[in-house]
Structure formats: structure tokens, C-alpha cells
Design a protein around this ligand. Structure first.
Ligand code: SAH
Length: 284
């Protein structure tokens, strides 16, 4: 008999109705970061349509009889065109199965979840959205970098470093982002990193501004490169650090010296004053 109190008191979770689509975020990688709803959906779904960013350890939680359909880019092959995925979701739902559309991070953060959901609306397919932990918050936390810290920033901006076609997004005012002096969290930044860091320095951020590149965050392959705006593009090439990676820019990066909890588990000595504030106060 299981007398463990741990598995009691789970809330009643909604029924995954046949013929509906659940648009679910799987978080940055660690299966422990799935929501209860995401875990529930994995157990109930008849079909799981997943992206490249969904970790294998998460797919392993799908019911053994579930059909797994890959809908992302892998091995340099072009990704299926977005309307194809949306119409496929509609067609699958019309077969009367429970369709789980599983995405890395949060489906509504640079994840095209909105586009797919609108296609379901247009087709009259019932759906539910299950938010996930986005890489720009949870992934950074696994590197010991808080999205905000009141001594470091009062705002954080999420930015995409490239568009569907691979170009740098137009319409981003890098100068005002630089002038704001607040933390920046850049998704899909590696490809255009030299241009992005150049724009930010052109906008007035000093080359010494701290930068962290967190690759495959919250997976067992996580790597973190600590660098500066001036050196980031070169250091990324020299280190060979790979996508998917999230790039953090600003004072929040310095907090890693104190908050790298994963590193601490492996013996890293943490600094309880990573922003050097007691020193500043002493000398003020
Ligand atoms: N919806 C996702 C983002 C999709 S865009 C989310 O909310 O996290 C894809 C980009 O997300 C990648 O290029 C990378 O910048 C970032 N990303 C996603 N998962 C990541 C991970 N585990 N580690 C680092 N970056 C990640």
C-alpha cells in the first residue's frame, strides 16, 4: 500500500476531450519543469505533435500507444511550413483523437502558438493552452541568472534574434534597448550575434557589459559561456557553444557568481555579494 502523502491532494485536472487540441509548453528541458497539466496531457494524448526543442526525456512520458509526430527542424532539413503544421493539427483533431501539440518552453513565447491556435479557432476545433516555463526565464535560472533582481534591473525585454526567414528582425530599436540600460534576454541570437552586439554597442552599451550565453539550458548538456558585449561574438565561435542558446545581457549576469546553484553542487564556491555592493558601500 502506498502510504506516501506526496501523491495525494492533486487537483482535479480537466478532461482531455477527444477531437480537441492542447497546445502545451514543455519547459526548457528538464522534465521536472513540466506543469501538472503538461504531464497529464502526455499521459492522455492519442497523438503528440512535437518540435525539435522538446527533450527526448519528456517525449518518453507519452503513453506507449500514442503516435509521435515530429514537426520541427532537425539535421539541417527545412522545417515544415507553418500552415502545414496548423492544417495538420486541424485534420488530426477531426479524426476524433486527442491531439497534444507540444512545444519547447512556453507556446506563446516565440513559439508560434498563437498562429496555430488561431488556425484552430478558424476551423472550430476546441483547444486549451498550457503555458510552460520559457527558456528566457527558466533556462537562465538553471544558469544561476535571475530575470530580475532589484539591485540589477527593473525591467527585462525578451527579444528574438532572427525571424522565420533567418534574417535579423527589422522593427527592433536596438538603440533604445541599449539606452534603456535594462536586462535583455535574446532568443535565437547566435546566428546574428555579431550584428546584435554591434548594434547594442552602437546604441551606447559599453563593451564591458556582462553577457551570458546559455546553451541547452536545463538539460544534461547545459553549457554556459560568460563573456562581455565586446567579446561575445568571438568567444561564441572560439568556444564552439551551440544553439539552442539563450543570451542574457546586463547586470543580472553578474549574479551568476553568487547564484550558480548547479555549479555549487559540483563544488563551485559562490560569492554572496556578486554585485560587489558591500565593497561599494565600504568605499562610499
Ligand atoms: N517557446 C520557446 C522558445 C522557442 S524559440 C520558449 O518559450 O522557450 C527557440 C529559441 O528558444 C532557441 O533558439 C533558444 O534561443 C531558446 N531556447 C529554447 N529552449 C532552450 C534551451 N533549453 N536552452 C537554451 N535556449 C533555449
Amino acid at each position: 500500500m502506498d502510504t506516501s502523502p506526496r501523491h495525494r491532494h492533486l487537483p482535479d485536472l480537466p478532461v482531455f476531450e477527444p477531437g480537441s487540441v492542447w497546445l502545451v509548453g514543455s519547459g526548457p528541458g528538464d522534465p521536472g519543469l513540466l506543469t501538472l497539466l503538461a504531464h497529464h496531457a502526455l499521459g492522455e494524448a492519442d497523438v503528440v505533435v512535437y518540435d525539435a526543442l522538446v527533450d527526448d526525456s519528456i517525449l518518453a512520458l507519452a503513453a506507449p500507444e500514442a503516435e509521435l509526430i515530429y514537426a520541427g527542424k532537425r539535421g539541417g532539413k527545412p522545417s515544415p511550413k507553418q500552415p502545414d503544421i496548423s492544417s495538420r493539427l486541424v485534420a488530426l483533431a477531426r479524426t476524433g483523437k486527442r491531439i497534444l501539440r507540444l512545444k519547447g518552453g512556453d507556446p506563446f513565447v516565440f513559439g508560434r502558438g498563437g498562429e496555430e491556435a488561431l488556425a484552430l479557432v478558424a476551423a472550430g476545433i476546441p483547444f486549451r493552452v498550457v503555458p510552460g516555463i520559457t527558456a528566457g526565464i527558466g533556462g537562465l535560472a538553471y544558469a544561476g541568472i535571475p530575470a530580475t533582481h532589484r539591485d540589477a534591473n527593473h525591467a527585462v525585454t525578451f527579444i528574438t534574434g532572427h525571424m522565420a526567414g533567418g534574417d535579423m528582425p527589422d522593427g527592433i530599436d536596438w538603440k533604445s534597448l541599449a539606452a534603456g540600460g535594462q536586462a535583455l534576454v535574446i532568443y535565437m541570437a547566435l546566428k546574428h550575434l555579431e550584428a546584435i552586439t554591434g548594434q547594442l554597442m552602437g546604441g551606447g552599451l559599453v563593451p564591458e557589459t556582462p553577457v551570458a550565453v546559455v546553451s541547452r539550458a536545463a538539460t544534461r548538456h547545459q553549457k554556459v559561456l560568460e563573456t562581455t558585449l565586446g567579446r561575445a561574438a568571438r568567444d561564441v565561435v572560439e568556444s564552439g557553444i551551440e544553439a539552442p542558446a539563450i543570451v542574457a545581457v546586463g547586470e543580472i549576469v553578474r549574479l551568476r557568481a553568487g547564484l550558480d546553484w548547479l555549479g555549487a553542487m559540483e563544488g563551485r564556491q559562490l560569492d554572496s555579494d556578486p554585485l560587489g555592493q558591500s565593497l561599494q558601500r565600504d568605499t562610499a
